[in-house]
Design a protein around this ligand. Structure first.
Ligand SMILES: [Zn+2]
Length: 610
């Protein structure tokens, strides 16, 4: 190889290398103008989307989500409901008995004026009509000319929509009578990232989006109050609790009001509206305005008032324990079908006990950090969103409601053990829609996902866990982190090797089971029964009544967590058993008294001398 060719080879290699490792993300700028008819739940809209291709690839096609199309008889969401063994109860009618249920898909029963749809009236790319095709809940667009790497394209769309009868997340007249839950309501560009197009059909869950700026104008009956994503630009022309009472109002004479919102740096835009909404606002830490929208209903009013200062405390808790909330408003809105997170807002059902209302608000608000600011790909790694959100919101709820639980995660451990014993567990690498059962999905995402962190605290130490969460947020906010990123962050903080942990816990259904095999006077033999290895905390009580804590490092970590326990020789992965000699005669041995290690059989974790 001559020297010039060799240098060229080095240059090409370095270019390829940098493309494979350097982070990029696409960018969107939406301008939408929507005219809502509150009588027939239909809306007309225009959408200008300036799409910036920051990828290294030239794009010949793009894909939009048309998620309302899921609410039509025969949609994939409908077919799935009719075939999954444990359909979401909100989405089916039980036409059998309680003992012998027969579920009927609510979607299958929708009439044409009850279905949801998004219809594309016209679409152009840079002013020229462009070929497009609706495939279920996806719009496939074959571009007239490629969007070259580093270049922009402008898409102009005219569309119509119909808000479906409330079945899941979006809809009209939810069970608590909220008129419009406008979520997943607009044609939305799919995310294109290092793994390619994320043009997932809307079957059940979850979401992955492109960050950008939204400028949304909504024309709606003047009696309706809107809460949602973004900052209202024209409060004096709207009122409804947004106005500055020290300034002059400028209300129009027409029957409709025009609401103009801007939302910078978000990857979704949601809103809800009702003619009977109360609207309260309070100021919280760092000049964040918290808005609350709820039905003017005496049964729920008191709880919704008490919720308000607690939401401010929850914000402070997350600011302190994760990182700063990057927006200036958050809205807690009664709507939807349970609780669902959106950018700068949540829709939750409101007729709940006070504790449930606060707990749910904490959970949905925590999603802002994990689903909207970090925004790992929830369709692929739901545990990084639902699990981490559950972890931090359980801690926040414990604090703001002064619950004083010593282990606020015990419910998640119970759920995980139940899943394991059911035999229905699937690895967390499964796509969110493709688990065989909703049961296995839910526990894998929420409970096992939460345990990823609680147990990581056991592995690397609680202080390191807290530092890991903060560093992870700081390093990866607005960057769609992947599972490897949380692992690498924990490794950098703890200086311990953790690839095994990510592998076993998230990519397999292997379980942890350690046992005390035998104890003689001054020797303990432990065995690893489950396939998944762990470092071991061991507490020994001696016959003289004294106690000693030991830490048995897992050799593959090449180190151990900071601990006051006595560090003993490491346990190599390949060895099924381990023996430990003590100086004094043994009365009792206990593996992991903290119970943070998710040992699926704890009957063999304690040995006591007869
Ligand atoms: Zn959640």
């Amino acid at each position: 190889m001559n020297k010039n060719i060799f240098l060229l080879f080095l240059f090409i290699n370095s270019v390829v290398w940098s493309q494979n490792t350097s982070y990029w993300q696409q960018h969107v700028d939406y301008t939408m103008d929507i005219d809502m008819d509150v009588n027939n739940y239909q809306f007309k809209g225009t959408q200008k989307l300036i799409y910036t291709n920051n990828s290294p690839d030239d794009l010949n096609q793009v894909f939009y989500h048309l998620q309302f199309n899921a609410f039509q008889p025969g949609s994939e969401m409908d077919i799935r409901l009719q075939n999954v063994v444990d359909p979401d109860r909100r989405m089916v009618n039980n036409i059998g008995t309680k003992e012998n249920p027969i579920y009927e898909s609510k979607i299958a029963k929708l009439s044409p004026d009850e279905i949801g749809y998004q219809r594309i009236i016209s679409l152009s790319q840079n002013g020229q009509p462009v070929t497009h095709e609706v495939i279920g809940t996806i719009l496939k667009v074959t571009l007239n000319e490629p969007i070259l790497s580093g270049k922009k394209a402008t898409f102009d769309m005219v569309f119509q929509g119909q808000l479906p009868v409330q079945i899941r997340r979006s809809g009209r007249n939810n069970e608590e009578g909220v008129a419009l839950s406008m979520t997943q309501w607009y044609p939305k560009m799919a995310e294109y990232d290092f793994e390619g197009w994320n043009a997932n059909a809307y079957i059940a869950r979850e979401f992955h989006g492109v960050w950008g700026n939204f400028d949304v104008t909504i024309h709606i009956d003047k009696n309706y109050t809107i809460g949602g994503t973004g900052y209202l630009q024209n409060p004096q022309e709207v009122g409804h609790g947004y106005e500055d009472s020290s300034k002059k109002m400028n209300l129009p004479k027409e029957d409709k009001l025009t609401w103009h919102f801007k939302a910078p740096n978000v990857h979704d835009f949601a809103w809800a509206a009702d003619a009977n909404f109360m609207h309260d606002k309070i100021m919280a830490e760092n000049d964040v305005t918290l808005h609350f929208f709820y039905k003017n209903n005496s049964e729920i009013k008191e709880n919704w008032k008490k919720l308000q200062p607690k939401t401010a405390e929850i914000l402070s808790y997350f600011n302190k324990h994760i990182g700063q909330y990057p927006y200036k408003q958050y809205s807690v809105i009664q709507g939807g079908d349970g609780g669902m997170e959106y950018a700068m807002c949540t829709l939750i059902t409101g007729g709940r006990s006070y504790g449930s209302l606060v707990g749910l608000t904490a959970h949905e608000f925590a999603h802002t950090w994990f689903q909207f600011v970090l925004a790992s790909n929830e369709t692929k790694h739901s545990w990084m969103d639902e699990g981490f959100t559950s972890y931090i919101s359980d801690l926040a709820t414990n604090e703001v409601l002064e619950q004083q639980k010593t282990n606020p995660f015990s419910g998640a451990y119970r759920s995980y053990y139940y899943l394991v014993s059911s035999g229905k567990e699937e690895p967390q690498t499964m796509h969110s829609d493709r688990y065989d059962t909703n049961f296995a999905y839910s526990i894998a995402a929420y409970s096992k996902g939460q345990l990823f962190l609680t147990q990581l605290g056991y592995v690397i130490g609680q202080d390191n866990l807290e530092k890991t969460i903060k560093k992870y947020y700081e390093d990866f906010k607005f960057k769609h982190p992947t599972p490897n990123d949380i692992k690498r962050t924990a490794e950098k903080v703890s200086q311990l090797q953790l690839d095994w942990y990510l592998n076993y816990w998230t990519q397999t259904v292997t379980t942890i089971d350690y046992g005390i095999k035998s104890v003689t006077e001054k020797e303990i033999v432990l065995e690893r029964i489950g396939e998944m290895p762990m470092p071991i905390d061991l507490t020994v009580t001696y016959i003289d009544g004294t106690k000693e804590d030991f830490n048995i490092p897992l050799r593959m970590m090449l180190g151990h967590k900071p601990t006051s326990a006595k560090i003993v020789k490491d346990w190599p992965w390949a060895a099924p058993t381990y023996s430990l000699n003590t100086k004094k005669a043994i009365q009792k041995v206990e593996i992991d008294p903290s119970k943070l290690m998710a040992d699926v059989d704890q009957n063999n974790n304690i040995w006591t001398k007869d």
